[in-house]
Design a protein around this ligand. Structure first.
Ligand SMILES: *Cc1c(COP(=O)(O)O)cnc(C)c1O
Length: 507
């Protein structure tokens, strides 16, 4: 408690008028009501059509055209959540959600998020809330051990980890650090000269191209390296492209490898790619957005082979580690390159702790200045589940995907479009792209599940990803029954059953 301050007599401002704030008692009451609402939502979420059925503009049409002139009671606001908002929600937390990649959440993470809002901390500098920085550093070091990442990513050496909003931001930061390192930290100050080139596979996430645009390096300077039949980057083609670029006077500076591609879950051969990057002195970033979480299980640690040659790495607890969006863990082997790329110190942020060099100021580790206390939710999740609990549920998801893949393979009307990758199954009905597109549209319109699609080796494939927190065997079995029934009920497939090519992979 602070000591009382003796007031000197000086003119006082006029007395405080009526307050429009929510009183502490009302906050308590409505807080309880909202937590009850969320708990009830979790209990009934699987009964909603997974994909929202509203049409464009429906939600706005239900909202008043202008903001209220006078404050409204909180129960009226909550009632409108139920009446207006809920119909426009696609239920990512439904155990029948199998689309894209999951954005799974859990009780402890939601409570951590609430606490973060309650403390309302802005942790741009160590001094603006030491716990925000130190808990983050500490939990990210835990994760190095939990996932079997190389010790060089720990914060007690030259490296370290930081929470970013998304994998897209992590990739951008990695690219900026690579750009600066390869230009002697001049490109940021003087601009890019257009000779810098970067490499990723044809299967990489679109965020790599976006990062090239944002970093001012130009999307045309991103080389999309060919993949093998299992959709993994070909190291021989990477080496050829780097050699060709050097011969043409360009400066190779960045490679982004993917551990678990978005379309099919392919894992690039990071050990071979890393050897090339080291020999060529090119920054290697490894994007393991969803798949990285699986390495919490020792049997999936192979995913992280070769990371000892990576300069940076990221994965998203907000996909598969029961931590609600947003939370991406980003690691660098040498934080000097990252901080060198991003640090600008204006007078108004100067402080003793920073000057002493004894603290981390995470503002220099990402694009924004300000930052939320995201480490709380990750800390809550890890402490609630323990390593054992996380392993248990990841293994369950992988086993359910494996079972589903077995059902697909055993049904002659279907085929796998790519080998199952952990919790992701890409499959299709035999019979051409139109049949599959129509099947997917009908399934999703039915509302009892939500799948997405990808183009795999130039075929339209359906993707089923098991990763929602409460997905159980019965949900996966119901999904498969639904898929079979939808195919039975659909139009006759054309007589020439169009199947996947056995090789010749391409985007
Ligand atoms: C989902 C995904 C991303 C993008 O994730 P954000 O965190 O939303 O930016 C990047 N890379 C891969 C491989 C992904 O699967």
């Amino acid at each position: 408690m602070l000591p009382p301050v003796r007031l000197r007599m000086s003119p006082m401002p006029p007395p405080d008028g009526p307050s429009f704030h929510m009183s502490p008692d009302d906050f308590r009451r409505w807080g309880h009501a909202l937590v009850d609402w969320i708990a009830d939502y979790q209990a009934r979420v699987e009964d909603f059509p997974v994909q929202s059925r509203v049409r464009p503009g429906d939600i706005r049409a239900a909202l008043p055209p202008a903001a209220p002139a006078h404050g409204e009671p909180f129960d009226a606001i909550l009632a409108d959540v139920e009446r207006i908002i809920l119909p426009g929600v696609t239920h990512w937390q439904s155990p029948r959600f199998f689309a894209f990649f999951p954005a799974n959440a859990s009780g402890p993470s939601i409570l951590g998020e609430l606490l973060s809002a309650g403390l309302g901390v802005q942790g741009m500098l160590w001094v603006t809330s030491p716990a925000c920085t130190e808990l983050e550093t500490h939990v990210l070091d835990w994760l190095v051990d939990m996932l079997g990442l190389p010790a060089r990513f720990r914060s007690d050496g030259p490296g370290g980890g930081v929470i970013q909003d998304t994998a897209s931001s992590a990739t951008l930061c990695a690219l900026l650090a690579a750009r600066e390192r390869s230009t002697g930290f001049r490109a940021g100050a003087e601009g890019c000269d257009g000779r810098l080139v970067a490499y990723t596979s044809t299967q990489a996430h679109s965020s790599v191209e976006k990062a090239m645009r944002v970093a001012g390096m130009g999307a045309h300077n991103l080389r999309l390296v060919e993949v093998d039949d299992d959709l993994r980057m070909r190291p021989d083609r990477l080496a050829e492209r780097i050699a060709a670029d050097r011969a043409a006077g360009r400066v190779p500076c960045f490679v982004c490898a993917t551990v678990g591609t978005t379309s099919s879950g392919a894992v690039d051969p990071v050990p071979a790619i890393g050897r090339i990057c080291r020999a060529e002195d090119v920054w290697l970033h490894v994007d393991a957005a969803m798949a990285g979480t699986a390495a919490v299980c020792p049997e999936h640690r192979w995913l992280h082979a070769g990371l000892e040659n990576a300069d940076s790495y990221c994965f998203n607890p907000h996909k598969w580690m029961f931590t609600n969006f947003d939370c991406d863990c980003f690691y660098v082997a040498d934080r000097a390159a990252l901080v060198g790329a991003l640090s600008v110190l204006p007078e108004y942020l100067r402080n003793q702790a920073t000057e002493s060099g004894a603290v981390i100021d995470y503002r220099d580790w990402h694009i924004p200045l300000g930052r939320r206390f995201r480490a709380l939710k990750l800390w809550f999740v890890i402490r609630h589940y323990g390593v054992e609990g996380l392993r248990h549920h990841i293994r369950r998801h992988v086993a359910l995907a494996e079972t589903f893949a077995g059902w697909v393979a055993a049904d002659p009307r279907f085929e796998l479009a790519a080998p199952r990758a952990l919790n992701l199954v890409c499959f299709r009905a035999r019979g051409g792209d139109a049949v599959n597109a129509e099947l997917l549209a009908r399934l999703n319109a039915g509302g009892r599940l939500y799948l997405s699609h990808a183009r795999i080796r130039d075929r339209h494939a359906l993707r089923l990803c098991v990763g929602q927190t409460h997905t159980e065997a019965r949900h996966v079995a119901a999904a498969w029954a639904e898929i079979q029934a939808a195919l039975d009920a659909g139009p006759e497939p054309p007589a020439s059953a169009d199947t996947m090519p056995s090789e010749g992979a391409s985007r």
